[in-house]
Structures are given as C-alpha cells and as structure tokens.
Design a protein around this ligand. Sequence first.
Ligand SMILES: *[C@@H]1O[C@H](CO)[C@@H](O)[C@H](O)[C@H]1NC(C)=O
Ligand SMILES: *[C@@H]1O[C@H](CO)[C@@H](O)[C@H](O)[C@H]1NC(C)=O
Ligand SMILES: *[C@@H]1O[C@H](CO)[C@@H](O)[C@H](O)[C@H]1NC(C)=O
Ligand SMILES: *[C@@H]1O[C@H](CO)[C@@H](O)[C@H](O)[C@H]1NC(C)=O
Length: 454
Amino acid sequence: MHPSALVGLLAFAAAASAVPAKNHHAHSDPAIKNLKSNIKNVVILVMENRSLDNLLGGQTIKGLENPINNGPFCNPFNLTDPSQGLACSAAKDFDSVLNDPDHAIYGNNFEFFGEFTPDNDAIASGKLVPTQKGFVNEQMRLYSSKVNKTDLATQVMHYYTEEQVPVLTSLVQNYLTFNHWHSDIPGNTDPNRAALVSGTSYGHGLNDAAFSNHGFPQRSIFQQLTETGHSWINYVDPKGGTGPDAGFFNWTYTSGNEDKIQPLANFYTDAAAGELPELTYLNPSCCGVGTTSMHPTGLISDGETLIKGVYDALRAGPQWDDTLFILTFDESGGFHDHVPPPLAPRPDDLTFTLATPNGQNYTFPFNRLGGRIPTLLISPWVSKGYVEQKGTNEHGKTVSYSATSILRTLGYLWDFEPFNPRVKAAASFEHLIRPSHRKNTPSALPDAVAFKKA
Ligand SMILES: *[C@@H]1O[C@H](CO)[C@@H](O)[C@H](O)[C@H]1NC(C)=O
Ligand SMILES: *[C@@H]1O[C@H](CO)[C@@H](O)[C@H](O)[C@H]1NC(C)=O
Ligand SMILES: *[C@@H]1O[C@H](CO)[C@@H](O)[C@H](O)[C@H]1NC(C)=O
Ligand SMILES: *[C@@H]1O[C@H](CO)[C@@H](O)[C@H](O)[C@H]1NC(C)=O
C-alpha cells in the first residue's frame, strides 16, 4: 500500500458506519474482489445536458446538496448591473425548455466565472475560483431580446419537484445517488462522451465532424474489452442525435467491430433473453421534442419514460441479479448548479482554442471538471436510498467523482490499467457495491408524467 493511503484509511475508519460495504474502501483488495464476484453485467445510460441542481433539485433525500435542501440559490440578472435584481432557484421547471442554455466552453466559463476568458493560471493556482453566478446573465445575453425574462430565468434556475420526475424520485429513494459527480469537461456533449468512454476528448472541445467521421485514435473501453475477451454492445436510439459513442473511435471500424453498434430495440430483446453483453452502453436520442435524452427541447417526461423502460427491462430480465446499471449525464447543459467544479489532472498535453463572444480566443487546457450532474448506481448490490458524498483517489485523498470514475472502476472489474493520468487520479466506486444482495428492489418504476412546457 502507498504510505499516503494510510491517511485515507484512517479517514475511512471514522466514517465507516456510513459506508455501504463495511470494511470496504475505494481501491482496496476486498472491495475489488467483492465487485468482481458480484457484478457480471454493467449497463451505462448517458442522458443529456442537465445539472444536479436542475434535475434533482427537488429531491428531499438527506445528504443531497440541492436547492430544496440547501437553497434557494440566486444569480443576478446582470452581473455588471445589480439594479436588475436576482433570479433564484424555486420549485417547478418546464417539461421542455425551449431556449437551450449556453454550454460551450466559453458559456461554461461565463456561467462559472462570470467571464468568457478567465485567467487559466489563476484558476490552476486556486486564486480564481468559480462563483456559479453567471447562468442567468448568459441566458439573458442569448435570448432576452425575444423571450420573457422571467421564463428565461426559470429555465436555468428552477428545479424539478419529486412529483414532476417520479421515475428519478423512485430511483433516488431506492438506490444510490452521487452528491459530487461532475462532467469531465465544461463543454459540449461529444467531448464529454468521448471522455467518459476513453478518458479524454483528445483535444476536442466542440461537437465537430471528427466524432461522426470515426476520427479518434485513442484507446476506448470498447477496444479494451474486445482485446481482453470481454463482450460489449452499444445500443443506439435510431432517432439519433447522440453518438453512437463507440463510433467516435477509428478502431471500432478498422477492427471490424461496427456490428456491435445496434438499434435500441435489440437491447430490450437481449435483456428479456438474458443475452446482454458484459458492457451494455446506451445512447438516447437527442435533442428536440420527441427525443429521449432530456436535452432541451426534448421533454423531461420522455427521458423519464426511457429510463423506466431500461430499468423495467433489466429488472424483469434473468441477468438482474448480476447487474450494475449506471445512470448518468454527459454534462450540465448550462443549467445552474451551485457547486463549483474542481480542478483535475490533465489527461494528455492537448489543448483546445475557440473564439468567444467577446472577440478574444480562449485556450482550454482540460485541467478542470465541468458542472455537477446527476449520477446513480442502480443494482440489487447497492444500498437503498443512499447518498454518496465525495470519493477517494488511489492515494487516499478526498476528491469529487467524475465521468472518468467509471473507467477507473471498470478497470478494477475487468483488469485494465487507467488509460491516462486523468483516469488514474479518479475516485473509484467499487466499495459502494455491498457484499450482500437486496431482495427489496422495486419490480417496476412508476410512469412518467407530462407537465407544463415553455
Ligand atoms: C448588463 O448591463 C450592462 C451595463 O448596463 C449592459 O451593457 C449589458 O448589455 C447588460 N447585459 C445583458 C445581458 O443584458
Ligand atoms: C413574463 O411571464 C410571467 C409568467 O411566466 C408573467 O407573470 C409576466 O407578466 C411576463 N412578463 C411580460 C413582460 O410579459
Ligand atoms: C478512420 O477509419 C476509416 C476507415 O473506416 C478511414 O477511412 C479513415 O481515414 C480513418 N480516419 C482517421 C482520422 O484515422
Ligand atoms: C484566434 O485564433 C484564430 C485561429 O488561430 C486566429 O486566426 C485569430 O487571429 C485569433 N484571434 C485573436 C483575437 O487572437
């Protein structure tokens, strides 16, 4: 054991009563052994563009830091003109948000730091920290010339109540929710999806053509599993709009594995037949009304219907007792979240430069995480109604979880080394798998409910 891991061990001992698996801690042999002996199938569903404060902001479960438990949180309508007043978090958001909040890297900069081109050195040294006060101002900049300002502020500051999201509410109450889980990159969907499955966006900061042209050379979880004799399928909603995330990588095509990208309908038949692969990776559809990812303007209730469909199929299928279902998001989508994203190690030495609305260029060194996003572990092997706080890295240091925590944990499950320094430094979560198996998991989730659009 690394000497500094002892510090983490001692910290762990103090908190042991709250830990789901007694005597198990992250990166430890007993926790890894327990994970490997109980989990045979992992299912990952990556939804789109919602922050924790937005989507889970109305969940009253203890330990979740959100507007209903800890708020209200407020943003000024205009950062440089306080006389325009404040917009604050409040219950009830719209089922479909018509004015997609800015979630480009510069938009996240403005929302987190109040400027498009914050000083990277000051951020890296900790002198400049995010205030999370620019969300409403940025929504006003984009849309206030044509849309009612109250509605715009509601879109980014309000949150969904437990009644508005009954599927998620049931999952939070029955399974495990992370309080400190961040997207890997403060930017768009494809870079975040690439980081989730390969640990890096390879210097890409926008949804550019390389993603659909199979332009990415780095090792992905899909290549890793194939080369070590493990199975995977990337099931894709045929309406499209996200991924297929396995399709980003040149390897998938040059190695003849594109047949592992399949329509979502196959997921339901494979789940019922007990023929799901070791890794099931699900791409929802995006981004308009009628799509399922929860991305504006798609309905929250349509996303809930997809999540219920996936859960109910897994729960009814013969593989449920060996399954870990990870429900997460790509990024926070420009919706307010009050928790500042932390710094994180760079995955590689690549940077991304883009022009910003103030006329200046901004170069992003990929040295910090994006906004906080909802992430849940759903399995008969996790505690009921448990809220996980921060995790620990391999040196026993307390850090926030992020998308790369998935690769760090799957590396323990399927015996592979971290792909890069970002993955290596990530908190893993194998210790959250309990040594015993619950019998009281709901056999089906409640139906989604449609509500007011705007
Ligand atoms: C904020 O106020 C400043 C100063 O009054 C003004 O120049 C700017 O356009 C305002 N921003 C928005 C988004 O309304
Ligand atoms: C904006 O919408 C709110 C309700 O959403 C309404 O109370 C208010 O009068 C509207 N303002 C304008 C200027 O139309
Ligand atoms: C990726 O693979 C395809 C073959 O499927 C090839 O034509 C293409 O040039 C490759 N792209 C890159 C960027 O390597
Ligand atoms: C921004 O970067 C582009 C491309 O590198 C360059 O052409 C442009 O001059 C830069 N703009 C500024 C304001 O530095």
